[in-house]
Write a protein that binds this ligand. Sequence first.
Ligand code: ZN
Length: 124
Amino acid sequence: MSDNDTREPKAPDATRPAGCPAWCISDHKVSSTFHHGPDVQLDLPAGPYTPDGPLLMAAIMQLIESEEEGRGEPIVSIQGATERDLDLPGLDQLIERLDDYMGRLHRLRQDYVQAIGVGRVSRA
Ligand SMILES: [Zn+2]
């Protein structure tokens, strides 16, 4: 599994606007109501057909409703075949499913190696 981060979090610095969380990579120079973390994306290997976007992408996002109501809870935005926002239990379920998927993908690879006969001595 690729853990390709397309953007790195910024190092903490004194120029970060008030209220901007450490994980935010947005380049806002003043206070903002929207914060965005680095994209964690999974891309298909290069091939004859290259989709426009990643197979799967996740990023932390936070929209602050108003200063009076305080900070809105950050969510994890998922994009790929569909888009969806996840909370922490939802993110844990996705990770569990990806771990399970990796096991099944490795088993599929073993079956594929057998199917294409890699490692067999050819009968010339
Ligand atoms: Zn920010």
